[in-house]
Ligand binder design. Structure first.
Ligand SMILES: NC(=O)c1ccc[n+]([C@@H]2O[C@H](COP(=O)([O-])OP(=O)(O)OC[C@H]3O[C@@H](n4cnc5c(N)ncnc54)[C@H](OP(=O)(O)O)[C@@H]3O)[C@@H](O)[C@H]2O)c1
Length: 237
């Protein structure tokens, strides 16, 4: 169904509220009014409903010295931090056909800690069974797992995949992507996080937890300096 012309060309001039900074550090973050992004011919203007804080935001905001090579030596190149977002399409450029105004979408765009983002390719429709908050937690970590296992690793059905750090952002998706690709997955995490790892949708129906002494000690060598429980567990998914 085609979208009426007037909806496609919703005016984008005006201001919006955004998290802005001129220097590094959490204390430099301020809520300010800044110009709303311009809608380009190949762009999708999204009203952001949820944005997630990823590991990248730590690099981009706290920014240890080595990370300044990428994020700006003296001051942040990205005035508005944030990348992962979910929201509702307000307007689309004339060349855009895969989403339309009113669609709930999620994706990635630098500057997501703001009321609006204008994004080109990295935006897709949101599955109906996800909340905005859930969808906003997916993009970077999910893509990292997908690229690693599917694109670079070329994982095939029946192969065995070990996910070390399955309770983390990338690991949560890695287990599910590997399972979806048909792999035989063994997932490792701290014992305290076993229930969290088991709760991943695709893992929950098939996961057997191995918490025997032998299984735990088999994976303890990589974690001797780890947290309070001191043990790591291996889950066969
Ligand atoms: N998040 C992203 O979008 C993203 C994108 C690109 C690259 N990366 C990289 O991918 C890696 C994981 O990122 P993440 O965001 O998933 O991190 P995270 O959410 O902090 O998770 C870290 C995971 O590593 C495990 N872990 C921590 N210390 C460990 C140790 N000493 N031995 C074994 N396991 C240990 C943790 O398991 P337990 O707590 O259960 O022990 C947890 O499952 C990082 O190197 C990150 O830079 C992340």
């Amino acid at each position: 169904m085609s979208v009426p012309r007037e909806e496609r060309s919703l005016p984008t001039a005006g201001t919006m509220t955004a998290v802005v900074r001129d220097r590094y550090g959490v204390n430099a973050l301020e809520l300010r009014q800044i110009p709303r992004p311009e809608l380009s011919a190949d762009g999708v203007l999204v009203r952001v409903r949820a944005a997630s804080v990823n590991r990248r935001e730590w690099y981009s905001v706290a920014t240890p010295l080595f990370a300044r090579v990428f994020f700006g030596l003296r001051r942040p190149k990205e005035r508005v931090p944030g990348v992962d977002f979910a929201g509702t399409v307000k307007a689309v450029g004339r060349d855009v056909t895969h989403v339309r105004p009113g669609d709930d979408v999620f994706g990635g765009r630098v500057g997501a800690f703001a009321e609006y983002v204008c994004v080109r390719n990295a935006v897709v429709r949101e599955p109906a069974n996800l909340t905005f908050e859930e969808a906003a937690a997916v993009p970077i970590a999910g893509l990292t797992a997908l690229q690693g296992l599917r694109d670079k690793g070329a994982v095939r059905p029946g192969q065995r995949v070990l996910v070390n750090g399955t309770s983390g952002g990338v690991g949560t998706f890695a287990v599910q992507v590997a399972k979806a690709l048909g792999a035989d997955v063994t997932a490792v995490c701290s014992t305290r996080n076993v229930e969290l790892a088991r709760s991943a949708p695709i893992a929950s129906s098939t996961t057997r937890v191995r918490t025997s002494r032998a299984a735990t000690s088999a994976t303890t060598s990589s974690s001797t300096s780890r947290g309070a429980d001191g043990g790591r567990s291996r889950l066969a998914c």
